[in-house]
Design a protein around this ligand. Sequence first.
Ligand code: 4AZ
Length: 212
Amino acid sequence: MVRLSMGCGGALTAPRVVLTAGHCVTGPGEDTSIEVIAGVTNLKSGRAIKAKSVTVVRPAEFVSETGGDDWALIKLDRKLDLPILEISSGGADETGTQTILGWGNTREGSMQQETKLRFGSVRIVPDGPCAKAYKKIVDLVEDEMICAAAPGVDSCQGDSGGPMVRQLARGKWVQVGIVSWGLGCAREGYPGVYTQVSKFRSDIREAARKLS
Ligand code: 4AZ
């Protein structure tokens, strides 16, 4: 997991490529403005590994987080010697308990981002009930979004772009979602909404391969 200077999270999907949310970047093309902090949970640690962006890839279909296609890749100025987070191929990974993590706000409306990485457990909310919850606000793009919630636990502002992960039986972690949007944070009846990365797995892998 990495922290991005515009105030988002991300995950290392290849040694030189960060996967984040489409709405965290200003668009595709050359972008040398993003600073990346990796390899630490405490952003102020002297052991932090720092890198800069070179280019950004974002699907042409992206308009805004609620419209779907909310993913982007950031090519770094160098390879990082850190573990890679694999993207889930879907199926049983997209059920049950998930872990969300980030340096974002610990409550809705709080202005403060965290120095230490925080994490929490949430459970997948099926598309039907999630779409129903948001019906009055927006139509959930059910095949590109996956919802998750737990009482008092949620992603929040500043967590966007970071991963939702699941631990497999053998102990290995896979990425199931990207923090995307939601109404407020941890509001009862309004799950957090995540980019369903399994649906973009081949697009993301192909784009990352071209960047590497
Ligand atoms: C945000 O503003 C944000 N509760 C991220 C996730 C959620 C809400 C807001 C989901 O970046």
